[in-house]
Design a binder for this molecule. Structure first.
Ligand SMILES: *[C@@H]1O[C@H](CO)[C@@H](O)[C@H](O)[C@H]1NC(C)=O
Ligand SMILES: *[C@@H]1O[C@H](CO)[C@@H](O)[C@H](O)[C@H]1NC(C)=O
Length: 185
């Protein structure tokens, strides 16, 4: 029983890191169409179908001779005002890591493109995060005293692939919770 407990405790300690890892995702703006004015892509609709989180990477892929990416304030976004962007990206393959909650406004700074709809609002909701390390109720485990122990994690890499759906990742987390629950009873 002692060995099982140790395994369960190690897993509990790893849970926060595992959840953070497994929930980071890469979102390519516009999916296969990318970042463009062709085809009247509805970037608002594209963003509305995603649940962005801190740590996610937003990937803008485009022809660098025709487009660019500017991060701007809300008022500049509304007005398609390109005069003083907060940041400008021009490689044609720009990965932007989202590090804060709230709105992140981007548009193409080429004249007319923002007005034509080449603009996107990446909104990371300010919702409470999933409590990662709470043990199932009725558990006899005590909470880990030091949550920041670094232990090498060697889960199958395809279980943590960035492209897997959030649902699959949550499923993995739930499986681990169930395992913990069984071990502790
Ligand atoms: C764009 O923004 C700048 C500075 O924020 C401002 O001075 C300018 O008047 C704005 N232009 C338009 C067309 O709104
Ligand atoms: C863009 O960059 C990502 C990594 O950030 C890379 O995986 C991908 O192959 C690149 N795409 C192109 C078209 O260069």
């Amino acid at each position: 029983m002692a060995a099982k407990r140790i395994v369960a405790q190690v897993l509990l300690i790893l849970m926060p890191a595992l959840l953070r890892l497994s929930l980071a995702a890469v979102y390519k703006v516009g999916d296969s169409a990318g970042w463009t004015t062709i085809g009247n892509i509805d970037y608002k609709q594209w963003a509305a179908t995603k649940t962005f989180q801190v740590g996610d990477v937003i990937l803008f892929e485009y022809n660098a001779q025709l487009h660019n990416v500017m991060r701007v304030t809300h008022s500049m976004y509304r007005a398609c005002n390109t005069s003083s962007p907060l940041a400008t990206y021009t490689t044609g393959n720009d990965s932007i890591k989202i590090t804060t909650k709230g709105h992140h406004f981007f548009f193409c700074g080429v004249p007319g493109h923002c007005q034509a709809g080449q603009k996107v609002d990446i909104n990371v909701l300010r919702l409470p995060e999933i409590a990662p390390a709470s043990a199932p109720s009725g558990s006899t485990l005590s909470p880990p005293p030091v949550p920041s122990v670094s232990v090498p994690v060697s889960f199958p890499s395809n279980a943590l692939t960035l492209k897997a759906s959030k649902g699959a990742k949550l499923g993995l987390a739930i499986t681990i919770f169930q395992f913990l629950y069984q071990v502790s009873h």
